[in-house]
Design a binder for this molecule. Structure first.
Ligand code: ATP
Ligand code: MG
Length: 463
């Protein structure tokens, strides 16, 4: 059984007040009463009221004044006015000011019931609608690129820089690091954002099917080609074509792609007419394409065409600062999707997430958080809600920063400084002392990093 609705009845006539209270209580409502407008307003401010029934003429604060105040402090609580004979005109005016309805005294029981029920139904619909809207907003934010680490910010700066050119971009990174998301981010930040974003997975289709997908075909081009079909290159005209798993292109298809990239033109299979297309290509791979070129498994000329700009998406274990923000983002998304109210991770659980090696990268983290949202018994995701291999992972020791060999010094400097600041709870003087540098140097460096990060700022989730 859902909670009964709470009705606030305001009337200065004790007899009427009590009779209404009795009637409505018998019908299953919770009823609170007020003997004048001021008391009613106070009760309304205290919260928990679903609907107001008020007399029009009351001492201290009239029904109309109460209505205006109610609209200001609790706009989605409806007000029904009870009017004596002769005040109808005033009641009609009140309707214009936002009253839900008015009833003339003596109030008919059936009518009272009907008006209350429909007002409460409307309120429920409005509330459901708002909840859905909030869930939708959370879901839409699923497309946002989230991250906080210096490596992530540097990558997003590069994304911003390349977006506006039409240069081909090669996005490289391990499986699940977010390559497709980066490709979409490039498209959305480019002048082509209103054009189509078309994705093709080069590994998913056998060679001939892939070619007919990419270039399209004319009727009768091959057995089974009943009509003509536009290829993905044509569909992406004016937009971006995302060539996913590009390392899997066959030796036959590779030169055909090279031609489109070089000349901007192609023919549908079985056609003689040449079609010109204006397409920006973003390619992605989780393989070492340069090595494949050396091994003669990928054409060198195509490699250089694709690789005008390379964006490397680092594995998650090399940007551990992103784990927390990503985990919190996915928690919001999946809690909304599953209609669960969760307010975060238990410290211990978060520690394990931050310490784990994430071979499946962000996709694995996303799956683990989704699972945790479903399993969580409390208001937080806790250790038992994590898969065994993660719950059993050694938590990252406090005060330790892991750095991969070959990390640029500038990045190590930034990570170390930011980690020290976190550890000292933002104390710049202490941070400077620990690191053996001047406090002004700390301030200056932070300022500079803030400036370079500003562009990527919109991409980060609100904390
Ligand atoms: N920085 C990020 N912020 C938010 N979500 C992310 C981020 N990176 C990855 N994801 C999410 O992780 C999942 C995997 O990302 P994506 O599909 O882009 O990875 P990928 O590198 O293309 O993987 P694969 O190599 O397996 O194709 C997606 O659901 C994506 O939305
Ligand atoms: Mg992908």
């Amino acid at each position: 059984m859902p909670d009964p609705a709470t009705l606030l009845v305001a009337d200065d006539d004790p007899g009427l007040r009590e009779s209404l209270e009795r009637t409505l209580t018998r019908e299953g409502y919770r009823v609170v009463v007020a003997s004048d407008g001021r008391a009613a307003l106070e009760r309304l401010q205290a919260g928990g009221v679903d609907l107001v029934l008020t007399d029009l003429k009351m001492p201290a604060l009239s029904g109309i004044e109460l209505l205006h105040a109610a609209k200001a402090i609790a706009p989605d609580v409806d007000v029904i006015l009870l009017t004596a004979f002769g005040t109808i005109e005033e009641a009609v005016k009140a309707m214009k000011d936002g009253a839900y309805d008015f009833l003339t005294k003596p109030v008919q029981r059936a009518q009272l019931q009907r008006v209350i029920r429909s007002a409460l139904e409307r309120r429920q619909l409005i509330q459901q609608n708002r909840a859905l809207q909030q869930r939708l907003d959370a879901l839409l934010r699923q497309g946002a690129v989230i991250g906080a680490s210096p490596a992530f910010r540097r990558m997003m700066t590069l994304v911003e820089q390349v977006a506006d050119s039409s240069a081909t971009v090669l996005v490289q990174g391990e499986s699940g690091t977010g390559k497709e998301l980066v490709a979409r981010a490039i498209h959305e930040r480019s002048a082509r954002r209103n054009g189509p974003f078309v994705a093709v997975n080069c590994a998913a289709l056998p060679e001939t099917l892939l070619e007919s997908e990419l270039f399209g075909y004319e009727r009768g081009a091959f057995t089974g080609a009943a009509g003509r079909k536009e290829g993905r290159f044509e569909l992406a005209d004016g937009g971006t074509l995302f060539l996913d798993e590009v390392a899997d292109l066959s030796a036959v298809t590779q030169p055909k792609i090279l031609r489109v990239l070089q000349e901007g033109e192609l023919e549908r299979l079985g056609a003689t007419k040449t079609i010109r297309v204006d397409v920006r290509v973003v390619a992605a791979t989780n393989q070492d394409l340069a090595q494949m070129v050396r091994d003669k498994r990928f054409r060198e000329d195509l490699y250089y065409r694709l690789n005008v700009i390379t964006i490397n998406v680092p594995p998650l274990r090399e940007r551990r600062e992103d784990i927390r923000v990503l985990a919190e983002h996915f928690l919001r998304v999946y809690a909304a999707k599953n209609n669960r109210h969760l307010d975060g991770f238990a410290d211990e659980a978060l520690g394990r997430l931050e310490g784990y090696s994430w071979p499946g990268n962000v996709r694995e983290l996303e799956n683990v958080v989704e699972r945790g949202v479903v399993l969580a018994r409390g208001v937080q995701i806790d250790l038992p809600d994590l898969p065994e291999e993660i719950a059993g992972a050694t938590p990252l020791p406090e005060g330790v920063l892991t750095v991969r060999i070959g990390t640029p010094l500038a990045e190590i400097e930034q990570r170390l400084l930011e980690a020290t600041l976190r550890a000292t709870r933002g104390n710049k003087t202490l941070t400077a002392r620990l690191l053996g540098i001047d406090p002004r140097t700390v301030a200056r460096k932070l300022e500079r990093w803030d400036e370079t990060a500003e562009q990527g700022e919109d991409d980060r989730a609100p904390a």
